[in-house]
Design a protein around this ligand. Structure first.
Ligand code: FES
Length: 132
């Protein structure tokens, strides 16, 4: 079974003073872009919404996550200009065994708006409280 990859988008984000929350429209645009993308394992990506990822000063925020891979959080994603960059990063992320990617490899817009890159969990807690 292929690793499930997840993109999660904040649907609460909005620019200061602007009532419009672009997250839901960003999800729709990404779903359309992924359906049109033939080179990516689009079926391996689930795109879902979240309420807040503590990146409220950088709307709209978007994250990548997959089991055994590094996780990323990006901010200032614009649904009108950044779809291609997100799809490009998704392709890269999908193909990296551990998801770890140096900034020089991924699209400039995302590189400049990386809020977090969190390494994959490599240690697991067992029920007895020991580490394995
Ligand atoms: S409201 Fe979107 S990250 Fe907080």
């Amino acid at each position: 079974m292929a690793t499930k990859h997840r993109i999660f988008i904040c649907t609460s984000c909005r620019a200061k003073g602007d009532p419009y929350r672009p997250g839901a429209d960003l999800i729709k645009k990404l779903q359309t872009a992924f359906q049109a993308e033939n080179t990516l394992g689009a079926k391996d990506f689930e795109i879902s919404s979240v309420d807040c990822m503590a990146g409220c000063d950088s709307p709209c925020t978007l994250g990548f996550q997959a089991a055994g891979k590094a996780s990323y959080l990006f901010g200032n994603i614009d649904l009108n200009t950044d779809i291609a960059a997100v799809v490009s990063f998704a392709t890269l992320y999908h193909n990296l065994p551990d998801g770890w990617c140096s900034g020089g490899l991924y699209p400039r817009k995302l590189r400049l708006n990386t809020l977090a890159r969190i390494p994959a969990m490599t240690v697991q807690h067992t029920p007895g409280g020991t580490l394995s």
